[in-house]
Design a binder for this molecule. Structure first.
Ligand SMILES: [Mn+2]
Length: 373
């Protein structure tokens, strides 16, 4: 007896870093079978070549024996003998491995990014993730353009990469989910309040996971351009509940990260003062654009007093509008998402963009970048 081919194969896959669950999936065998093969294979590892040879002639299988002598009488009169004792601590090792396997999918796996060499510490850049609607499905013959999960990931992340590379290297940046990051909010593909049916690509957990991965990819790209990243995910009318889950996932993922702060406030408004610049945002499905300056003044009276340049940002309408009211510029931004059939059949024909805004702390400068898809 020696290491069987099947045991060797499992051992090889395991040492290549695969989890036991993945090995079972790849080989089409049960998790228990993988565990058993590994256990047997590992027992052979601790056997010396002499013992292995003795066991082979004695027909002894290490995995079935706890301890004992085996003696084999050869035809020429010679004898081979071996004393076998199972290694102690094996149970504990198996337990630790089982724990590692179980947790492997949930570990905070952020990859530390190299800090940018030179950043401008007197400016702040804002990236708004406007109505990404991850999970939306569109068929080109109906709507003019195909759209699904894979296309969303590809198109949006490529646009964000180009945008981040072109944005001034401010020391601080904010990644702001402006609402409707997800197209639908649960196993039923409907809007959460009006219960309108939506064209959805994929199961809800897959959509939620993809949306989180896309925001993580965006944050990681921003970390190569900016020294610190503040993240805030606002809820919209399509993702009331999922926005909370995304915020929570991000705050756990970046827990302990020196350069990323996740603000997981459940408030529908975001406020932030950078020197004399006061910024605010909300999805835009509830308050009208014209009402937002007064909400800002009411909610942030001291920040209002300390600021000289004030901006508010919304999404929801999927087209660009800009108004100024009471000295506050309120901008509604376009989205990078394609139209679904419902919107295509109506008169909606807005273009698709991603944006960044950069502010100087004394309020003297505001630079806006817009990349069109
Ligand atoms: Mn909306």
């Amino acid at each position: 007896m020696a290491l069987s081919e099947a045991q060797e194969q499992v051992l090889r896959m395991r040492s290549a870093g695969m989890t036991r669950k993945k090995i079972a999936e790849d080989l089409g065998i049960s998790l228990d079978a993988v565990k058993d093969r590994l256990r047997r294979a590992k027992q052979w590892e601790t056997v010396t070549p002499g013992q292995a040879a003795a066991m082979e002639v004695s027909g002894l299988d290490v995995s079935n024996a706890r301890h004992g002598w085996r003696v084999v009488q050869h035809e020429d009169g010679s004898r081979d003998s071996v004393f076998w004792k199972a290694e102690e601590g094996e149970e504990e090792n198996l337990f630790i491995e089982a724990l590692q396997d179980a947790l492997s999918e949930y570990r905070g796996m952020y990859v530390p990014q190299v800090s940018p060499v030179a950043t401008d510490d007197d400016t702040l850049s804002l990236y708004s993730l406007v109505d990404w609607h991850v999970g939306l499905l569109a068929w080109a013959e109906e709507t003019g353009e195909n759209y699904d999960l894979a296309i969303a990931r590809d198109v949006i992340l490529n646009s964000m990469a180009r945008l981040i590379a072109a944005t001034p290297p401010s020391k601080q940046c904010v990644i702001l989910g402006l609402g409707d990051l997800l197209h639908f909010d649960g196993y039923e593909p409907t809007t959460s309040r009006s219960k309108n049916f939506l064209d959805a690509d994929g199961r809800y957990p897959k959509v939620l996971k993809t949306a989180v991965q896309m925001v993580i990819a965006t944050i990681d790209m921003a970390l190569r351009r900016h020294d610190t990243v503040l993240v805030r995910i606002l809820a919209g009318n399509h993702d009331d509940q999922s926005a909370v889950a995304v915020g929570l996932a991000l705050s756990l993922y970046y827990d302990g990260h020196a350069r990323v702060t996740v603000d997981d406030s459940p408030s529908r408004f975001w406020w932030f003062r950078f020197g004399r610049v006061l910024l605010g945002a909300t999805h835009g499905d509830k308050a009208k654009m014209r009402d937002l300056p007064l909400v800002m003044a009411h909610d942030r009276p001291y920040d209002w007093a300390a600021s000289t340049y004030r901006r508010m940002f919304t999404g929801h309408l999927h087209n660009e509008r800009k108004i100024e009211e009471g000295g506050v510029i309120v901008t509604c931004m376009r989205t990078p998402v394609a139209k679904d059939a419902y919107h295509s059949f109506e008169r909606y024909r807005s273009g698709r963009s991603v944006y960044s805004e950069t502010f100087r702390s004394d309020g003297s400068e505001a630079a806006s970048l817009q990349f069109n898809l």
